[in-house]
Design a protein around this ligand. Structure first.
Ligand code: ZN
Ligand code: ZN
Length: 391
């Protein structure tokens, strides 16, 4: 989906491991070591990582974020440990985290888990807390670590997470193929007389049926609703001639996300929409072809923005070009003006320019693209031309 206001891979081969066949023990132990080194380089004493994508990335433990503290404590010096509520210890022991040789420390209902973590850290410890940690936990850690410094762990962990391994790319490729299968079936559901919500329900069911375990979002923006990039679903009834923006994504069993946008029309759309769409398609193609190691995020953004601006729609391209994707739909690197970050092999991100005419209609075309040593590999391969369905 678009991201308007937030801020070395290898070719596929028969021998590439599937995501489900990954050995979490080898992969994640490396990740823990790398994260520990980066923590030391950042001048921090430890990272504190609560349930979420960071914890999943580092340990393979997909824990529910709840009020009781679950937290990976990763000291720059010394051994990491996973602090878990006693009642969740069996779940943690059954997770890939236990296979990493990671010490699992369980705490009883009457104990203070923050004090247990603090006892094992230096006095006045400088810690990086994961970017999604609940405020109540951040504040409890502040109280348990008096005189210390709290900062975000995101800048440390995103350095690892944004450079995908071949196995992660394979998992994203499988997610891309799954969402492509949903787009390929759109004619089954998108028809004049149905509401966006009815269509959305069918799409959500297909997202699961085609290979995801979770529906992350379903945007069906018909007619004027297509001009709102983050429109989701409404009770608007689809009309003949409507352009429709369909932006959908889910999470696969391997934990990786899909995200792809295609545009449809119910019968022949207005002539001006056709013109707008041709401009957008040219921009999106140019951008996907421009992906290569060394191009910066802002240069890639400019490739499409210049084409759209020359055609007179510059101010109507309301958001940045794209966002990184992996265990989360939106993560580093962001493809945005002002980011001089050079793209590197292994980075995976969306290329999703859009043009939005308020009150009338809008269009967006979105592929996930992986930067490889040779250029960009698109992970979404359905037709990018406007698909005209029977009206
Ligand atoms: Zn999207
Ligand atoms: Zn997106």
């Amino acid at each position: 989906m678009p991201d308007p206001d937030r801020t070395s891979t290898s070719a596929p081969s028969a021998s590439a491991p599937s995501a489900s066949a990954l050995s979490a023990s080898t992969l994640s132990a490396d990740r823990l070591r790398q994260a520990r080194d980066l923590t030391a380089q950042a001048g921090l004493d430890a990272l504190l990582v609560s349930p979420g994508a960071d914890l999943q990335y580092l340990t393979g433990y997909h824990a529910a974020p709840l009020e009781r503290l679950t937290c990976l404590v990763l000291p720059a010096l010394g051994e990491p440990f996973l602090l878990v509520p006693a009642l969740e210890e069996p779940v943690a022991q059954a997770s890939p985290a236990a296979g990493l040789g990671l010490e699992i420390v369980s705490w009883q209902e009457t104990q203070d888990p923050y004090a247990i973590a603090a006892e094992r850290l230096p006095a006045r410890a400088g810690v990086g807390v994961d970017n999604r940690m609940w405020a109540e936990k951040v504040i409890a850690f502040q109280a348990a670590l008096p005189g210390g410094r709290q900062t975000l762990a995101g800048p440390v962990l995103s350095e690892l997470r944004m450079r995908k391994s071949p196995a992660e790319i394979a998992a994203l490729r499988a997610a891309g193929a799954a969402i492509d299968r949903v787009h390929a079936r759109m004619a089954e559901w998108l028809r004049v007389g149905r509401t966006e919500r009815e269509v959305g329900r069918d799409i959500a069911a297909a997202i699961i049926a085609e290979g995801h375990v979770k529906v992350d979002f379903v945007i069906v923006g018909s007619g004027p609703n297509g001009a709102s990039p983050h429109h989701e679903l409404s009770d608007r009834v689809l009309e003949a001639g409507d352009p429709v923006v369909v932006d959908i994504g889910g999470t696969t069993a391997a934990g990786y996300c899909s995200d792809s946008t295609r545009c449809y029309a119910l019968g022949e759309p207005p002539a001006e929409f056709r013109r707008l769409y041709e401009v957008l398609l040219r921009a999106q193609r140019a951008q996907t072809e421009a992906v290569r190691p060394g191009i910066t995020a802002e240069e890639l953004d400019a490739v499409g923005r210049e084409i759209i601006t020359e055609a007179g729609f510059g101010p109507r391209f309301l958001h940045r070009t794209g966002h990184g994707i992996g265990l989360e739909t939106h993560e580093e690197p962001y493809i945005v003006a002002g980011s001089a970050r050079p793209l590197e092999p292994g980075m995976a991100f969306s290329v999703e320019p859009g043009i939005y005419l308020a009150g009338r209609y809008g269009a967006r075309i979105e592929d996930i693209v992986v930067c490889t040593p040779e250029g960009g590999e698109r992970l979404n391969l359905t037709e990018r031309e406007l698909t005209v369905l029977p009206g």
